[in-house]
Design a protein. Sequence first.
Length: 134
Amino acid sequence: RRVRPRHVAALRQRGLDLVVPMVGPGRHVGFTLFKGRVAVACIGFRHVWGAVCSGWVLTSALVSECPKLLHKLTLRGLEWMERRRGVKRVEARVLCSFDAAQKWAERLGFVWEGFEPWAGPNCENFFRYGRLAL
């Protein structure tokens, strides 16, 4: 579903704003959830090749105030990429030490695929997750 004016109005009643920029010719998509002038979360999808993209999420401490909303918006973003952009696979890396993010990825429909040692910028270990459009 699209984000319609009534959805934006419902967000604003909660003190939240949603900004949905599209970068490039439909190949990179992202959105930012704001509370006032502070970013709550940024979520995006980067085209890798063919029908494959990589998903990413950056959150602030404010995300604890609206975890269900973040989940719903992320799920809608995934479904939109699959339906409108023809994405068949979304890949994601999750820090091995971040249990909550691993559980969230699984609730979003991602499946654990493997271990990536020293994959982070500071040699952090990551798990690789994948989600297939069915």
